[in-house]
Design a binder for this molecule. Structure first.
Ligand code: SF4
Length: 327
C-alpha cells in the first residue's frame, strides 16, 4: 500500500506527537508499505501566516526528528518543495463546491474556539482542498489520521470522485483512512496537551529535564495523601504508562494497579517506573537525534523531495491531459 501523511511544523515536536503519530508511522513503514511522510509547511501557513520566522528551522528539525524516531526507510519530504501540490490544489478548488468546505466540522469548531488568531483567511477555509491534493497527487491508498480528520478523508474521496466524473477519466483512486487506537496523553497539569498551556513535554529533551516534568505531574486528584487509595483509570500518569509499555508488562502493570488501588505505593514510586520506561524508548531516539548531522538531514530531505516530485509530476501529466491544459 502507498501510505501518505503529513505533520505541520508549527512548533517543537512533543511526546503526544510521538505516541499519536510517529510510532504509527514507523509501524506502517516496518510493515513494508511504501510510506511517504511530509512536513506540511504550507498547511502551517493556513493558520500561522503572520509569523514565519521559525518555519524554516522547525521544518528542518522536524525532518531530523523523523529520522531519529526511525523513519529513515520512508520518503521524507517538504510540501512546499513540490510545487505540483499547488497546481493540483488550484484545479481541485475549481471543482469543489464551497458548501463542502463550509460544513467541515473542524473548520466550524476552530472558527468558534480559536480567538487568538485570525482564521478568516480563504486559505484556512480551503485547507481541506490542499490536503486532498497532498494525498491524491501520490495516489495514496491509506492515510493514517486521528478521528478528527476522518471527515477530511471523506472529503478527499468526494473530490477524487468529482474530478474523475467531470473530466471523464479515472485519474484518482479513493484513499482510505487508517485509524489506530492510541492513548491520549494529557499535559503535565492534567489539561489537554497544548503549547498555549505550557504543559507539553518535548520529544527531544534530556533525562534531567524529563524528570523535572514527570515528577510534578498531576495524578488522580482524589489521591491527596500516600495513604489514600487511587484509581489508575482516572490518572493521566497511567495513560503515559500505557503509552510507554508498563501496561504490556504483566508484573509492572500489577505492581502499579495493586500499589495504587491499595495505597501500597506512592505516586513518586509510580512516576519513577514511568521515567525508567520512558527513557528505555526515548534515550535511543535522543542518541540518534544528536548523532545526525545537518548535512545528513539536507541529503535525506533532497532525496525525498526528488522522489516525491517525480511521483507528483507523473500524476500531474495525467491530470493536465484529463483537464486538457497541456501547455
Ligand atoms: Fe496515578 Fe500511579 Fe499515583 Fe496511582 S500511583 S494515582 S496511577 S501516579
Amino acid at each position: 500500500m502507498r501510505i501518505l501523511s503529513g505533520i505541520r511544523p508549527t512548533g517543537k515536536v512533543h511526546i503526544g506527537h510521538y505516541v499519536g503519530v510517529f510510532e504509527n508511522w514507523v509501524r506502517l513503514q516496518n510493515e513494508g508499505h511504501d510510506t511517504f511522510y511530509f512536513v506540511a509547511d504550507w498547511h502551517a501557513l493556513t493558520t500561522h501566516y503572520e509569523d514565519t520566522s521559525e518555519l524554516r528551522q522547525n521544518t528542518f528539525e522536524l525532518v531530523k526528528t523523523m529520522m531519529a524516531v526511525g523513519l529513515e526507510k520512508s520518503t521524507l519530504f517538504v510540501q512546499s518543495a513540490i510545487k505540483q501540490h499547488a497546481e493540483l490544489f488550484l484545479l481541485f478548488a475549481m471543482v469543489t463546491p464551497l458548501s463542502w468546505l463550509e460544513r467541515v466540522p473542524t473548520y466550524k469548531e476552530m472558527r468558534q474556539q480559536v480567538t487568538n488568531r485570525d482564521l478568516s483567511n480563504a486559505g484556512f477555509l480551503m485547507y481541506p482542498v490542499l490536503q486532498a491534493a497532498d494525498i491524491l497527487i501520490y495516489k495514496a491508498d491509506g492515510v493514517p489520521v486521528g478521528e478528527d480528520q476522518v471527515y477530511h478523508i471523506e472529503l478527499t474521496r468526494e473530490i477524487a470522485r468529482r474530478f474523475n466524473y467531470i473530466f471523464k477519466k479515472e485519474v484518482f483512486p479513493e484513499p482510505k483512512e487508517l485509524l489506530s487506537k492510541v492513548p491520549k496523553l494529557l499535559g503535565t497539569d492534567g489539561r489537554k496537551m497544548s503549547k498555549s498551556y505550557g504543559n507539553t513535554i518535548p520529544l527531544i529533551t534530556t533525562e534531567q529535564e524529563l524528570s523535572k516534568m514527570i515528577m510534578p505531574m498531576v495524578t488522580d486528584t482524589n489521591r491527596k495523601r500516600r495513604s489514600d487509595p487511587g484509581n489508575p483509570e482516572v490518572c493521566p500518569v497511567w495513560d503515559y504508562h500505557k503509552a510507554f509499555g508498563t501496561a504490556d508488562n504483566p508484573e509492572e502493570k500489577q505492581w502499579v494497579y495493586e500499589g495504587c488501588t491499595q495505597a501500597k505505593i506512592g505516586c513518586i514510586d509510580c512516576k519513577r517506573l514511568l521515567l525508567k520506561n520512558m527513557l528505555g524508548k526515548l534515550q535511543p531516539i535522543w542518541d540518534r537525534y544528536n548523532s545526525i548531522s545537518d548535512d545528513e538531514v539536507k541529503a535525506k530531505m533532497e532525496e525525498g523531495n526528488e522522489k516525491a516530485r517525480q511521483v507528483a509530476q507523473r500524476t500531474m501529466n495525467e491530470v493536465r491531459e484529463a483537464v486538457q491544459i497541456m501547455f
